[in-house]
Design a protein around this ligand. Structure first.
Ligand code: EPZ
Length: 414
């Protein structure tokens, strides 16, 4: 049964190594499909979403060698065969469209999967591809995209910011002759990491404040690249330390990737010191309540909203958490109420009234980040917290039980 138990309350004290970013590794892997030479990728996190992606790649003919680093070669990709079961497991499979379309002029894949945190539409991905001249058809949950003659460079302004759609458009544009310009694009560090990766392979992508300029090249060559640290994994452990009044050092991370989050943790009373590859955090008292509002980068990331909720339910004072990115990213709220939290949902807001203690009980994880939120809750709750469906957590957190044990958390799988 995929359950874990945590005996609280414990302080998280210790030093951990942050893994490579899941949301950088995924677009970089899909971008690699554009290249017919060996690519060596370093700092790939060993997590389920990566495992599923590599399984999908091997099924379509990508050559994969995995030792400490990953070496992939996409020269022998077979035509349009995509196992639905794998496509439906992860949201990232949407990024198959651009590379396969460019290689075979036609692609047909099932609508992708991903965490159940709202609709997860793909209209913005398709909007961008149409602007480049692609012909799109949606039929019985399949997306069919064709290029009549060839894709044409263009200037595209997204009606709404989307990480995934920005990446779909970048991947579709880099081999189109001429200048493609993308406006109102997502500025997440993982986008920049993918741009830097592609430029290492010979792409010509210029990232400016208000636009991305892409000068088409004939082909990309092989190379080596190291993935940036995972800012969401970093933020998750830092929040666990604040709520448990602990003391933690996160190594192999980069404070510049989560400035807004660090500011909010300082506002809650945490003492934070940073260096070029570490973040030190100490918390000796009950946190102060801090209002947060999730927005596209560089503002507070939606992927840390469920975790930050634990800080506010145990803080001194009242607070409001506003979720502006996903329609339903509150799967953790009902579970936290079972633990005694004084919170309620009002439209896209969580209204929090800080209390002193929450209590261990049986709770249910429904997606990756709400699973992370419940683990933090279990660390600080009085008594035993049993988390059902914990398998969600392995999608995005490498060696999480090991890292929590290093931090002194009493956790075991049942
Ligand atoms: C990426 O998802 C991340 N996933 C998410 O991380 C992250 O929360 C999200 O970006 C926002 O930062 C990966 O990188 C694999 P979006 P994505 O397109 O690309 C709507 C995690 O926990 N939208 O920026 O799906 C969408 O419904 C995951 O690691 C459309 O309406 O996010 C959402 O409300 C969760 N039409 C908003 O835009 C579209 O065509 C932002 O979505 C696409 C998106």
């Amino acid at each position: 049964m995929n359950k874990i138990q945590i005996l609280g309350p414990s302080k998280t004290i210790g030093e951990i190594k942050i893994s490579g970013s899941k949301n950088s590794a995924l677009p970089i892997l899909f971008a690699s499909l554009l290249v017919n030479e060996d690519i060596k990728i370093k700092n790939i996190p060993n997590i389920k979403d990566i495992y599923i992606t590599l399984k999908l790649f091997s099924k379509i003919g990508v050559k994969i060698k995995k030792n400490k680093n990953l070496i992939i070669n996409s020269k022998n990709i077979k035509k349009n065969y995509f196992p639905n079961k794998l496509i439906k497991k992860i949201r990232a499979s949407i990024w198959l469209i651009s590379p396969i379309l460019i290689k075979f002029k036609k692609v047909k894949i099932h609508i992708p999967g991903g965490c159940k945190i709202g609709e997860r539409p793909i209209n913005l991905h398709l909007y961008g591809l149409e602007k480049l001249g692609a012909k799109i058809k949606l039929k019985d949950n399949y997306i069919i995209v064709k290029i009549k003659k060839k894709l044409i460079s263009n200037t595209i302004t997204f009606p709404q910011i989307s990480v995934g759609a920005t990446l779909t458009l970048i991947l579709a544009s880099i081999l189109i002759p001429g200048l493609t310009i993308i406006k109102n694009f997502a500025k997440e560090p993982e986008i920049i990491d993918t741009i830097n990766f592609l430029n290492t392979l010979g792409a010509k992508i210029l990232y400016k404040k208000d636009k991305i300029k892409i000068l088409g090249v004939k082909k990309l060559h092989g190379g080596t690249y190291k993935i940036i640290p995972d800012r969401i994994e970093t933020g998750t452990y830092l929040i666990a330390s604040v709520v448990s009044k602990g003391k933690i050092i996160c190594y192999n991370t980069d404070a510049n990737l989560l400035k807004n989050v660090l500011n909010k943790l300082k506002l809650s009373g945490a003492i934070i010191k940073t260096g070029n590859d570490f973040i030190k955090l100490k918390m000796s008292k009950r946190p102060k309540a801090v209002n947060i509002e999730t927005l596209p980068y560089p503002y507070f990331p939606t992927d840390l909203q469920p975790q930050f909720t634990i800080l506010n339910i145990l803080a001194k004072g009242k607070s409001i958490i506003t979720e502006n990115i996903f329609q339903n990213r509150f799967n953790h709220v009902k579970e936290l109420i079972k633990m005694g939290a004084k919170i309620k949902i009002q439209n896209n807001k969580i209204i929090c009234k800080g209390i002193n203690k929450i209590f261990g009980t049986e709770v249910n994880a429904k997606d990756l980040r709400s699973a992370a939120s419940l683990i933090i809750a279990g660390c600080v709750a009085q008594g035993i917290t049993t988390i059902k469906n914990i398998n969600h957590i392995y999608r995005g957190y490498e060696d999480i039980e090991k890292k929590l044990c290093i931090l002194g958390i009493k956790i075991n799988k049942i």
